[in-house]
Design a protein around this ligand. Sequence first.
Ligand SMILES: Nc1ncnc2c1ncn2[C@@H]1O[C@H](COP(=O)(O)OP(=O)(O)O)[C@@H](O)[C@H]1O
Ligand SMILES: [Mg+2]
Length: 239
Amino acid sequence: MALLEVENISVTFGGVPALRNVSLAVAEHEAVAVLGANGAGKTTLLRAVMGRVPLASGRIILDGTAIEALRTRLRVASGLSLCPEGRQVFPSMSVQDNLLLGAYLAPGAEAARRLDAIYEKLPVLRARRRELAGSFSGGEQQLVAVGRALMARPRVLLMDEPSSGLSPVAITTIRTILRDVADSGTAILLVEQNVQLAVTLTERCYVLNRGVVDAAGSTAELTQDPVLADTYLGGRATG
Ligand SMILES: Nc1ncnc2c1ncn2[C@@H]1O[C@H](COP(=O)(O)OP(=O)(O)O)[C@@H](O)[C@H]1O
Ligand SMILES: [Mg+2]
């Protein structure tokens, strides 16, 4: 049984379908990608899993329990955490206060322990913990956003386009961190347009096209499929 199962979910905005009967599964300790062009419905999918947008139909199952009726905070308490598109750090708050927001459900002593664990993983954040997050570069803000999401101690980390707008060097840093997160046993559902990042982090992927899962299978193979790559992904992974 998968850790996270999305079963036939549909989402509409003002009567216009954004997701139609989307199903996917993430196993424990697995990293899975969702690939697709702009507007395919990737962000809507992650927001629906978190309970940020309502489902028209379908089910979301975490570790065998249906969670689609739960409010977002209960989904977080159950083990889901979202690192949102565009990072969405709070620019006028310190790095440390941004991180602490990710542990808003934990008592103070536990939040402090988690903060220490994040600083062990991301020492650059400890060194700069009192600086305002708004003074950071895009790549540095992505570190803060990932750290904040990890402060919830998720069983499944939902990542929405972490590479978007970042330099190649910053993408390499994020890749290393996400690899480390995956190796430490946290499952990852990674939404990306960056095929390279998906190929290096995941073995399995789903291709989302206009709200529908068009293909699913090996990330390495699907991203080499000329039709899929050229139609939805803006070119092939290599070459
Ligand atoms: N809050 C919203 N209200 C209305 N339409 C939305 C909303 N969020 C997303 N959409 C629409 O749903 C579709 C999928 O958007 P999105 O999930 O952001 O795609 P992606 O993340 O793959 O670029 C788009 O047509 C978008 O305009
Ligand atoms: Mg998006």
